[in-house]
Design a protein. Structure first.
Length: 178
């Protein structure tokens, strides 16, 4: 039987993410983060539940100020994640942005474009589409012309109304730049 997708999100992959965060933010408490993530509920959680649980745990070990935490995440994405392309646990980072950055659309939406190659931000952008359709659709339009194929994919997949496993929506305003 094939390995369950949720099991790709495991102690090894989460530890790699923790080490990458610590490399750019030396105060990152790797052992506390691992302890919080792999609590008694972990084994029962499904993939998206694991992702969100880990994002909530990340909040406990990053600075309380969202802008500071986001800067650490972006720096990690730019400096460390390309070294570990394909680490499934990196999907925690866009979920962190979606969960804690919803009140900061300008910086959060741009951060999702930075994070999308490692491995994807298409699920994380959906709350921004619902709350800030004009801003987000304009960004999708810009991203559709990006030189980075991951960002172009993000522009197309992120706005799909019925993205599999993603928050689905209907009747979003069709707002494109003039």
């Amino acid at each position: 039987m094939a390995e369950l997708l949720k099991n790709l999100f495991n102690k090894t992959t989460v530890d790699l993410l923790a080490k990458d965060l610590k490399a750019v933010y030396p105060k990152f408490n790797t052992s506390l983060f691992m302890e919080l993530v792999f609590d008694k509920t972990w084994e029962k959680l499904e993939l998206k539940e694991r992702m969100h649980h880990a994002a909530l745990c990340l909040k406990e070990v990053l600075p309380a100020d969202y802008n500071k935490a986001l800067n650490i995440i972006i720096k990690t994405a730019k400096e460390r994640l390309p070294l570990r392309d394909g680490n499934f646990a990196n999907i925690v980072l866009p979920d962190f942005v979606s969960t804690f950055g919803i009140d900061y659309p300008e910086i959060s939406i741009d951060a999702l474009a930075v994070l999308t190659p490692y491995p994807s931000s298409e699920f994380a952008v959906r709350p921004f589409i619902l709350r800030y359709p004009d801003i987000t659709i304009k960004k999708f339009y810009e991203w559709s012309k990006s030189k980075n194929h991951h960002v172009r994919r993000f522009a197309s997949e992120g706005c799909r109304p019925r993205l599999p496993w993603g928050l689905q929506y209907r009747n979003i305003r069709k707002t494109l730049p003039q």
